[in-house]
Write a protein that binds this ligand. Structure first.
Ligand code: AN7
Length: 374
């Protein structure tokens, strides 16, 4: 048996790569689809909820799926440098894949507004970290401007190869479940990922080997049907950064989920199309709801995702409560990033450690007190 060598090798015939394309990979993809055991019971819901734990990719987020493709294609085209604007995870992935490829990486991040783990990754992998006195949307605009005047290759999701890599998550979900779920929920920031999920599901139900309506004529990579249907897509945003839900640009987005602190998403229209074609909807969650569900998931299921990722599950739990999602449904939530990305957010909302003397007595006392409480 050959070991797993990343999503380009696995889905080569469904991706725009040639036999001699120099693949830049860190064995990303193939992430676990974990069924929640305790939460549905706790909430007395007769539903199957699965989480696609994208935090277990090599740099700790789903961005690796897109970055293996974007950097592979950049290197294939002879690029020597890549650039991105980022709320953190894109910069971490870009920095790592650029290091792997031996090319230069520039990242623009909003000063003071990216989680510590992500900043440490961009720095440690040796990218040129440029903090801007502005937000992600400012960075996104600047990256597009500077790419016109300097020889840098943009690896944000306006780069179509990013979405090609990210679409593979849908193939994996279908493989694990045997077909598409009833619902697929995910957090929406710049809206590339929901677009990519929908491309993947759409290609998976297509029997054509040529361009067709599902891919709007853009895709030549159909290789036979993987699923019999597509899921209803649910996109959730943080209330302080919910431009798509509200239907207007948010000038000063604010949320504890810094990954999705985005007010003017690049793939806005494609995200709305995915919602409409699937019969889905967009919803929003407050910071309080997001943190509550992040902690609930960590403490009842042992799955630690970052705040932005918890938005998908928080939205689903709310819509189950409201009866918008029916009993008996199968739901997949994409958990886009690992909880370790944002240690500050985790520590701030947790019970602080006890400090005691290094004595048997002291430890025993803690254990007895604690066990009495239960
Ligand atoms: C954990 O890193 O935009 O809707 O610059 O890091 O495809 O943008 C991150 C986005 C969800 C939203 N969850 O995905 C960036 C960046 C996490 C994220 C999203 C992001 P998109």
């Amino acid at each position: 048996m050959r070991s797993y060598r990343g999503l380009i090798e696995k889905y080569r015939d469904r991706l725009p790569v040639a036999p001699d394309t120099p693949v830049v990979s860190l064995n990303e993809g193939d992430t676990p689809l974990v069924e929640l055991r305790n939460l549905p019971r706790l909430l007395r819901r007769n539903v199957s909820i699965y989480v696609k734990f994208e935090g277990l990719n090599p740099t700790g987020s789903f961005k690796d799926r897109g970055m293996t493709m974007a950097v592979t294609k950049a290197v294939e085209s002879g690029a020597k440098a890549i650039i991105c604007a980022s709320t953190g995870n894109t910069s971490a992935a870009a920095a790592a894949y650029a290091a792997r490829a031996g090319i230069t990486c520039f990242v623009l991040i909003p000063e003071g507004k990216i989680a510590l783990g992500k900043l440490s990754q961009a720095m440690m992998h040796g990218s040129v970290v440029i903090q801007i006195r502005g937000n992600f949307d400012d960075g996104m605009r600047l990256v597009q401007e500077v790419a016109q005047t300097t020889p840098v290759n943009i690896v944000n999701s306006i780069n179509p190869f990013r979405l090609q890599g990210q679409k593979t998550v849908a193939f994996e979900v279908i493989e694990a479940l045997g077909d598409a779920p009833d619902y697929h929920a995910l957090p929406v920031g710049n809206a590339g990922n929901i677009t990519a999920h929908w491309i993947g599901y759409s290609e998976a139900v297509c029997e054509n080997t040529r361009a067709c309506a599902f891919c709007q004529g853009n895709c030549g990579f159909h290789r036979g049907r993987l699923a019999t249907r597509r899921p209803i897509m649910l996109g959730y945003q943080a209330s302080g950064a919910a431009p798509i839900v509200r239907g207007r640009v948010v000038e000063n987005p604010e949320t504890v989920a810094t990954a999705i602190r985005i007010g003017n998403p690049v793939s806005w229209q494609q995200a709305v199309a995915a919602k409409e074609e699937s019969g889905g909807w967009f919803g929003e969650c407050s910071d309080e709801e997001i943190l509550h569900v992040q902690k609930l998931l960590a403490q009842t299921e042992g799955v630690f995702c970052e705040p932005a990722s918890a938005v998908s599950l928080a939205g689903v739990l709310k819509d189950l409560e409201l009866g918008r999602i029916g009993e008996g449904s199968t739901i997949v939530c994409t958990l886009t990033g690992h909880g370790l990305k944002d240690p500050d957010a985790a520590i701030a909302q947790s019970v602080q450690p006890l400090t005691v003397d290094a004595e048997l007595d002291a430890i025993e006392r803690v254990i007895r007190e604690r066990l009495l409480q239960v």
